[in-house]
Design a protein around this ligand. Structure first.
Ligand code: MN
Length: 492
């Protein structure tokens, strides 16, 4: 465990009836490897499809079938390890993890136990309050997913769908370096972001392509680790936070009432916002792990790793640094933009040849705000990077005011079109012609002689005049010109 994470942070402690408690969280994240074929068979991995449509004889564990490792899944695991700044093991071993489940036809899962493909690494997590936490990665191993039992199709029978059986998963295990629900959510968000940048897992939690087992324990600050409970298969980042908060409170209540925490596996019930006991926790030796005799140890050389490293894309941390360093964005704005690769790319396209801060402002406040309200992704934004860029250019050239630009954005959002043409056709151009503005200024002053007298004692009233002139011009008058003319004519 790294030093910073080992030190209790007083602000993260929770209050019990008998004093403060520290929450300790570690996570095991199952991430589905992005690959067209399964880990040991050529069957497709696409989501959906009729039950048992994506199943080879290997996935169904027919007698005599032999697994063959999928090279792309190995490459994806190595890329992920590199993205987590982790040690890559040039030799790893596949083991059988034995247990019975109706949707596990082999009677064992092929996984990696003592010698995983990826060793220790780190994830740097920036929190909204400005705190930075380094979460250690213990390991990453490759393993098979199981099938799915379906219990809601028939009154007395259950069905088994093996479409997922044999799909490659990366199990990413963190160290117990997380100290609050917020840190856990931020860690999972960051991990998901890294995987999506790498293209090694699509991070789609609704489809179950990324799910977290959350290990929670509590202790008095400075004391050894307490007994943990594992909350299985939490499939949303929000639920991870709720499950930790509930579970920590439950454990504190239990211990303060004189009880002890039993090591067990629990389920999170999102409807009730609570965790429930599922089964007492099994130990590794219960699974009778042994090296799979059908598979040779997995070996590759450093040149293979180097070649994959050379092909890695820019990751969120590096991109954030560039947005702050080269573009002068605030760390907060940079964080918001880099969290999703698509947002970062959209922003960069708009910022190209323009003021990056103005571009960031429009992407974060106008565009992302609008997309959020409508529950849409930037990939299907009705306003393209070219259109948003043109709107920003029109402001920069003084053709339209910032206020009109927002109206223009709305029109382009709803109706599309070239912003320049829209401005022409709808007469949205800013009036910089001093003569035209002067006429409006004279008109407003003449109509309000009392206020025109008062403004000399109360210069703050100038704002009222500016507002009236802008309104009379339907927002098209150049605000600087209006201000200057009013000051001159009112003598303030
Ligand atoms: Mn696993």
């Amino acid at each position: 465990m790294n030093q910073a994470a080992a030190k209790p942070r007083t602000s993260k402690l929770i209050k019990g009836a008998t004093g403060d408690w520290e929450i300790v969280v570690g996570m095991e994240v199952h991430a589905q490897v992005t690959s067209h074929a399964k880990l040991f068979s050529g069957a497709p991995t696409g989501f959906g499809g009729a039950p048992n449509d994506h199943v080879s004889l290997v996935d169904a564990a027919m007698p005599g079938m032999l697994p063959v490792i999928n090279g792309e899944c190995v490459a994806q695991a190595v890329r992920t390890g590199l993205g987590l700044d982790a040690e890559i093991n040039l030799r790893s071993v596949f083991d059988r993890k034995n247990y019975f489940y109706p949707d596990l036809p082999q009677g064992y899962q092929i996984s990696q136990y003592k010698q995983p493909i990826v060793g220790e690494g780190t994830v740097t997590v920036d929190l909204a309050d400005g705190e930075t936490v380094t979460v250690g990665i213990e390991r990453l191993h490759l393993e098979q997913d199981a099938g799915k039992s379906i219990h809601d199709q028939h009154a007395t029978m259950s069905f088994v769908d093996l479409n997922r059986s044999g799909v490659a998963l990366m199990e990413i295990v963190s160290k117990p370096d997380i100290r609050s629900a917020d840190q856990a959510k931020a860690f999972l968000t960051k991990l998901r972001s890294i995987l999506r940048y790498l293209g090694t897992c699509d991070g789609d939690m609704e489809k179950g392509n990324l799910r977290a087992d959350v290990n929670v324990s509590v202790r008095r600050p400075g004391e050894p680790l307490g007994t943990r409970c594992e909350i299985k298969n939490v499939n949303s980042i929000r639920f991870v936070g709720q499950a930790i908060d509930f579970e920590a409170r439950r454990q504190v209540g239990l211990i303060e009432d004189g009880g002890t925490v039993e090591q067990e596996t629990r389920l999170f019930d999102p409807g009730r916002g609570e965790t429930r006991s599922m089964r007492s926790k099994e130990e590794a030796h219960d699974y009778r792990y042994f090296p799979d005799p059908d598979l040779l140890p997995l070996e590759f050389d450093q040149a293979y790793v180097d070649q994959l490293a050379a092909g890695l894309p820019e990751l969120p941390d590096a991109r954030k640094e560039r947005f702050v360093g080269a573009f002068g964005l605030s760390p907060y704005d940079a964080d918001v933009l880099v969290a999703e690769k698509e947002n970062a790319e959209y922003f960069e396209a708009v910022a190209e040849g323009r003021d990056p801060k103005i571009a960031a402002n429009w992407v974060i406040n106008e565009l992302a705000g609008r997309l959020n309200r409508e529950g849409r992704e930037i990939a299907d934004s009705p306003v393209s990077t070219e259109q948003l860029g043109a709107i920003i250019d029109l402001i920069g050239e003084g053709t339209i005011s910032g206020k009109i630009a927002k109206d223009l954005f709305e029109i382009v959002w709803a109706e599309g079109g070239d912003p320049r043409v829209v401005v022409d056709e709808r007469g949205m151009k800013q009036v910089t012609d001093t003569g035209a503005i002067e006429a409006l200024v004279d008109e407003i002053i003449a109509a309000n002689p009392d206020k025109a007298r008062q403004v000399r004692e109360k210069p703050a009233m100038l704002g009222w005049f500016v507002g009236q002139v802008m309104k009379a011009s339907q927002g098209k008058a150049n605000p600087q010109a209006v201000n200057a003319l009013l000051k001159e004519k009112l003598g303030v």
